[in-house]
Design a protein around this ligand. Structure first.
Ligand code: EPZ
Length: 440
């Protein structure tokens, strides 16, 4: 079978309106948190991507029953019969977010065994903050090679100070603390929009959570959490990618359900480039009219509300074809500049010094064979292909499929010349048993 690849050809300015799907980085942790409940929950606006499929398979391995309605983008999950608390090695290695079942399994069973999720090209991505926090709450953790097991006879509340506002660690601690007697505090917590939406879901379950400025989360444990229905927030990263596609091709785009409030610094930087950005009422909805003479801007990634690291690679492409010099500093992951090499193959003028990329804007990029190294790098290469002369062939598109729900279809709808060639479409349904009676 031919290896699947994205084929992108030089496209005219993108024009039009499209909607967003649910945020992968909210949906994944929400799915894991359903382990805390015993019954049938429904998640709406769940993206159809391979990371979601893998999390569904993981929950199924633990004993959950799931049904995904692809047309409605709705996930039905029955957790009443979850009875396992060991996650298979192969499953842990499929997706880093699998570490997010540690907190809820510890809360439900008092024990869990996983394999280290492992690093990836963007960095080592250790889970020391997660493990240290669980130990502070009473867990006994042993590690043999890559296998980790944790047991907790009676979790106790604690003051947990995160030396870095880790998204995953904040979420994992939340899922143990919501059912731990007493008040647990997470100081220097991550407060990304996806974390805030996750807190709303936990509160719907019956959790007692409050946020104390500037970045402390206080959790008062409760005895039981109930199944819920929840609509996942729209994906701000998909919104950023679509806005950049219009900006880079010199077009006009309207995203009627885009969460502008969660992209403030990113939108400010687009305006600094000279693009016109109009925000809808109540900060919902974004319209971008691209300037034909974009000016290069510099930016530095960091924890929210700083510039999002997940938009660094796509935003770099906008600098590659802008006028002037841009200095881009990646501070969240230690090696998240691998897309530079691929952009250089297309003619980009970029030099890298440690975690900084210095970009000098050029007139034209040239299409050719390139390799996607992570989810957001795949998006950057697609954006570059839209304005590169000729055809760009992108392999490594499993990254693209991990992070986006038919983004290629949305880009095509806006006028992009893009298609997936070869390989097989994602088979979702046959890997999940249907729920018999989904009555809530
Ligand atoms: C989440 O990853 C997202 N993934 C990432 O999105 C996102 O880039 C990242 O948060 C930052 O916003 C999901 O939500 C599934 P972190 P996470 O813990 O939780 C270090 C994408 O493309 N660290 O905030 O793994 C870590 O190595 C993905 O959608 C430790 O040192 O990110 C990194 O340098 C990529 N020890 C920094 O903190 C720990 O125990 C931030 O990591 C945990 C993290």
């Amino acid at each position: 079978m031919q290896t699947a690849c994205l084929v992108v050809r030089e496209s005219r300015p993108l024009h039009g309106t499209t909607t967003l799907t649910g945020a992968k980085n909210a949906a994944l942790v929400m799915m894991a948190s359903l382990i805390l409940t015993r019954g049938k929950s429904i998640l709406y606006n769940v993206p159809f991507s391979t990371d979601i499929r893998h999390m569904a398979q993981l929950l199924q391995q633990l004993g959950a029953e799931l049904f995904y309605d692809k047309d409605m983008q709705t996930l039905y999950v029955d957790t009443a019969h979850i009875r396992h608390y060991h996650v298979e090695y192969a499953m842990m290695k499929k997706m880093r977010a699998s570490v997010l079942v540690m907190g809820p399994l510890l809360a439900r069973f008092g024990t869990v065994s996983i394999a280290l999720p492992g690093g990836c090209v963007i960095g080592d991505r250790p889970i020391n903050y997660h493990l240290q926090s669980f130990e502070k709450m009473g867990a006994q953790i042993t590690q043999v090679g890559e296998m980790i097991s944790a047991t907790i006879s009676k979790a106790h509340s604690a003051d947990i100070i995160l030396e870095y506002p880790s998204v995953g660690a904040t979420e994992n601690i939340l899922m143990l603390a919501v059912q731990t007697e007493g008040i647990t505090r997470i100081v220097n917590a991550a407060l990304e929009p996806e974390v805030l939406d996750f807190i709303v879901l936990l509160q719907k379950m019956g959790a007692h959570i409050s946020i104390v400025p500037p970045a402390t989360i206080e959790i008062e444990g409760v005895d039981e959490l109930r199944p819920i229905e929840h609509t996942v927030i729209n994906d701000r990263l998909e919104a950023g990618s679509l806005l950049l596609a219009a900006a880079i091709t010199g077009g006009v785009i309207h995203l009627p359900n885009a969460p502008a409030r969660s992209l403030e610094l990113f939108l400010y930087k687009l305006q600094e480039m000279g693009h016109s950005v109009i925000i809808g009422q109540d900060n919902i909805g974004i319209t971008l009219h691209a300037t034909q003479e974009p000016k290069a801007v510099s930016f530095k990634t960091g924890p929210h509300p700083s510039f999002p690291t997940d938009l660094q690679a796509p935003m770099m492409v906008a600098q590659v074809v802008a006028d002037g010099e841009s200095v881009i500093e990646e501070t969240v992951f230690e090696s998240r500049l691998l897309h530079v090499r691929e952009l250089q193959k297309m003619g980009a003028h970029i030099t890298v010094e440690h975690n900084r990329a210095i970009v000098r804007g050029i007139e034209k990029l040239y299409g050719g064979p390139v390799i996607a190294t992570d989810i957001r790098a795949s998006c950057a290469l697609v954006l570059a292909g839209l304005v590169a002369q000729g055809t760009t062939i992108i392999t490594g598109i499993h990254h693209w499929r991990r992070g986006y729900h038919d983004l290629e279809g949305k880009l095509r709808h806006l006028g992009a010349n893009i298609e997936i060639v070869g390989g097989q479409s994602i088979i979702f349904q046959d890997e999940l048993r249907e729920l018999k009676d989904v009555v809530l």
